[in-house]
Design a protein around this ligand. Structure first.
Ligand SMILES: Cc1cc2nc3c(=O)[nH]c(=O)nc-3n(C[C@H](O)[C@H](O)[C@H](O)COP(=O)(O)O)c2cc1C
Ligand code: SF4
Ligand code: SF4
Ligand code: FES
Length: 597
């Protein structure tokens, strides 16, 4: 029998591939073979670990040593020192951003320590192209158990007991959804997996598909059995070529092993899967638009009811769930719904994957238990704000979400508290902003996105978002008018109440939440013609701070006489006269003048 003493895991996710992991892997294989270690050291390509910014990542087991930013040229040193002489290559270890300490082991890194990796358990640990590794990690046990030991109704009950809510955005109880589709009369039914993942910055679904594709296949097959469907579609955006490739391989392997096809586990249950590539329109993530797109029509939402559970794909009862929702099915069936429900809060069970981006030290994917405080995600897992700057806001829930201020940092993350605070769980985008971010500009950024992605079918969304965007643009250009805030609020209310689909109904959220928590910034833009963050080009006003010693240098430098003040007393700027030339800032010997209000 062959004895493998070391496994070298090379990340083969999209992030690491684009930073050169393919060459790192090739060099590792070559160097290991050259030194005659091929019989005792195995190189394995895995999916994403969620820490893509540190890639390419290489982890060596059994020690669990975690090497970051590995280059092809580093390979001889890793092989010589780590694999040959048993010495860790210190310079390639991860360095904690705050303490600057080098951390050798994966489990000791703050980014991973507070995570609870249930859904991402296999991502980065198994070879996604090898069904045997998935099976060895407990894969297809849920399907086997469901088909051989449970009735379809019992499967639905178990999912209901788990309290799982849809991870695609709205948080609808999954067990109820399955029950509706199961109760819908019809010989032919479909299962659809929504892998459109259109939120800017979100990549949790892509990571699961790339790193653990069989988990989605298994979740869908269990759902097919529960509701009485024999066919399913995975709708995945064409911009995810690696996820599509791995899914295709996984489907072929599952068919060959008999986990897809006819008479699965000798139970008489048949289930087959197809992949449909989406062309990247955000609105095609909306379930009714997505179904139209699978049917080969233009992806445009339609009114509900009828809901897909009654009339979905080609008019047949259809159950549609998000990738992460299906990824939760395995532990629910294997360990039971009650066990699953031990994680989380009363009304939000299980874990949630967030994509941490923006001005945060550790960007990447973090899976956390529901009920964790925002502060823990941003400071303990995310490592705090880049450059030690001051935290200003976190935008949560993607373009349909909201911006929460510092006072909300202790808010616990669950569906209901986020909605009550004016944000939403969405698909799990979490963008951190520091003091240099203008909140009006942020609202404009998200509205620009939703406006350009509006399908145009209904007037409130098509025209209303355009008007809102015009107002935001003139405010950030320094041409805001009295009454603009009230107009924005009016339009937002109207669009939310009358737009046909979730895109329009949620598009005003970033504007409403920034108005709720950062209204003074809108007022400063409109009334004082100043962008407090110093971010809007036309409004980069200047402020004289407490550091002013009253030397008068700025007053002398100002070409338009906008500065007033007596010698040895703090000076002030008249913003209605100031032409924002910056001369005062560069002349102040005490650095007491800064951009912004
Ligand atoms: C504009 C828009 C885009 C959406 N995009 C996605 C998406 O990319 N992925 C997703 O799972 N759900 C998306 N949804 C939500 C879906 O309509 C649907 O609620 C979801 O797929 C249901 O699955 P779940 O119950 O598992 O969450 C989107 C909704 C809207 C209104
Ligand atoms: S709300 Fe917007 S995206 Fe949705 S149907 Fe209407 S126009 Fe299209
Ligand atoms: S920015 Fe220019 S115009 Fe404005 S106060 Fe300073 S020196 Fe005067
Ligand atoms: S792709 Fe390697 S950590 Fe994400």
């Amino acid at each position: 029998m062959q004895f493998i003493r070391s496994h070298v895991l090379v990340c083969g996710g999209t992030g690491c591939m684009s930073s050169g992991s393919r060459q790192v892997q090739a060099n590792l294989e070559g160097e290991i073979a050259r030194r005659g270690l091929g019989g005792e050291v195995r190189v394995v390509q895995t999916g994403c670990h969620g820490f893509c910014e540190m890639g390419p990542l290489v982890i060596i087991y059994p020690e669990g040593v975690f090497y970051v930013s590995v280059k092809a040229e580093d390979v001889p040193e890793i092989v010589e020192n780590h694999l040959y002489k048993g010495r860790i290559v210190e310079r390639l270890l991860y360095r904690e951003p705050l303490s600057q300490e080098r951390i050798p082991s994966y489990d000791e890194i703050n980014f991973y320590k507070k995570q609870r990796r249930v859904i991402l358990k296999n991502c980065g640990r198994i070879n996604p192209d090898d069904i045997n590794e998935y099976i060895a990690a407990g894969g297809y046990e849920a399907l086997g158990k469901a088909l051989t030991l449970m009735t379809p109704a019992a499967v639905v009950e178990e999912v209901k007991k788990s309290g799982l809510r849809g991870r695609g955005g709205a948080g609808f109880p999954t067990g109820m959804k399955w029950q509706f589709a199961r109760q819908s009369p019809g010989e032919k039914k479909y299962i659809v997996c929504n892998a459109d993942e259109g939120d800017p910055g979100a990549f949790m679904d892509r990571s699961v598909l790339e790193g653990d594709p069989h988990r989605i296949i298994e979740g869908m097959a269990v759902c097919g059995y529960a509701i009485g469907a024999d066919e399913g579609y995975i709708y995945v955006r064409a911009e995810y070529p690696l996820a599509i490739k791995r899914l295709r391989t996984a489907i072929a392997q599952a068919e060959e092993m008999g986990f897809l096809g006819k008479d699965i586990f000798g139970s008489g249950f048949a289930f087959s899967l197809h992949i449909k590539e989406g062309a990247g329109a955000f609105v095609c993530g909306e379930e009714t638009a997505l179904l139209q797109s699978i049917e080969g029509k233009r992806g445009m939402p339609r009114p509900r009811p009828p809901f897909p559970a009654v009339s979905g794909l080609w008019g047949k009862p259809t159950n549609i769930n998000n990738v992460e929702t299906f990824a939760n099915i395995l532990p629910i069936i294997v360990d039971g719904g009650e066990k699953y429900a031990e994680i989380g809060t009363e009304k939000s069970k299980g874990t949630k994957i967030f994509a941490l981006t923006g001005k945060i030290n550790n960007t990447g994917l973090a899976e956390v238990p529901m009920g964790i405080a925002m502060r823990e995600i941003i400071y303990d897992i995310g490592g705090g704000i880049v450059g030690g700057k001051k935290f200003k806001a976190v935008q949560i829930g993607g373009p349909s979400g909201g911006c929460l201020p510092e006072e909300m940092l202790d808010l616990t993350i669950d569906y209901d508290s986020l909605t009550a605070a004016g944000a939403m769980m969405g698909s799990g985008g979490l963008v951190v902003m520091d003091e240099t971010t203008c909140m009006v500009d942020v609202a404009k950024f998200f509205l620009t996105f939703t406006q350009s992605e509006s399908c145009g079918k209904c007037t409130p969304c098509r025209e209303g978002t355009k008007r809102m965007l015009e107002i935001l643009t003139r405010i950030t250009d320094g041409e805001g008018r009295d009454g603009d805030i009230a107009l924005l609020e009016d339009l937002a209310r109207g669009i939310k109440q009358t737009a046909l689909c979730g895109l329009g109904q949620t598009a005003p959220n970033p504007v409403l939440s920034t108005l709720k928590y950062f209204r003074h910034e809108y007022e400063a833009h409109i009334k004082d013609h100043v962008c407090p963050a110093g971010a809007c080009a036309n409004l980069t006003g200047y402020t004289i701070t407490d550091g002013c010693r009253g030397c008068g240098m700025c007053k002398k430098a100002c070409p338009v006489g906008a500065i007033a003040g007596e010698i040895k007393q703090r000076h002030t700027i008249n913003h209605s006269v100031c032409i924002k030339c910056g001369a005062c800032e560069s002349q102040c010997p005490f650095k007491a003048i800064r951009k912004g209000a």
